[in-house]
Design a protein around this ligand. Sequence first.
Ligand SMILES: [Zn+2]
Length: 330
Amino acid sequence: MIHDIGYYDFHVHIGEKISGYDLSDNFADLQKLSEPTNDPANPPLLGIGAFVTEEAEYPLAQKLKDMEDKAKHELAIPVHWHLTPTKSKVDDIYELLKEGHDLKFYTTYRKEGLYKSYEDIASWMQNLSDLKTRILVHCEDELIIQGSQTHSFRTPFDHTFRRPEIAEDKAVGAILNLAVKYKHPVHIVHVSSPTSALMIKEAKRDFDGITCETAPHYLLYNEERLREPDAHRFLCTPPYRKESSRGLLVELFQDGIFDILASDHCAFDNSLKDRFKNDLEKIPMGIPGIDKLYSSIYQEFVKSSKISKESLDQMLRIKPRELMNFGGES
Ligand SMILES: [Zn+2]
């Protein structure tokens, strides 16, 4: 089918648990976003990339099948899958990867059981040298993060000290080196640091299989948002960055450094967030965003001619559709 109006969201957490808590919405909740509209600022959602994280006693292949069934019943738009094996090795899921799914790895979250070392990721690349399965990477250096977590978490703003920009830069640098060395397709998710964005631009010259995304909240907000009332509800990882970084990120965004925009939609009920208002170390991280992915950028950057509508459509329709192999217009 040919779509020239609408957007895709490559990075959506939905229909599973994150850090032990149910996400607040499901595939059925996205259906209403896909209904046709005539509003150029708010076009329909055309498809998503969703995550399947391996759980103990629940094989990844089975969980993927269950989620595929659910999505098929509840949602009329296509879903592309990003798989996160936690225990499985390449051989365990090789057949699954032949179906064309992506992998998603984290260079942090050791406590949560998601962590993969740079060596682990290098070995996945070596073992997938034939399939060349694209690897999405959440880049924050676990050692730097662990060192930063000695800073106490008394207010939402403390999140910025506990997950500093330098942790992102360190991990992005390491992953880019691996991508270039093994010529392995890599997609860096939710880039929030301008230094990281510039490193990605450099690395793309050495290997054209590297892509990246940023999310609207890193372009629209700076860390001061974490001083607002109820800021615990806006906590996400990586945190919003300082104004100088946000400003530079916007300039790089205007220069077209990002292949796509994606929301990193990860919605929890406010009541759940509120439960941990005074126990921030335990608060589930993540914010909603899929419904505003197109409209927020349109309002802030297209209406004021800071970027063209064509480049927004490139980042939210043409390129994500290509990355997810959805076909359609050429
Ligand atoms: Zn995410």
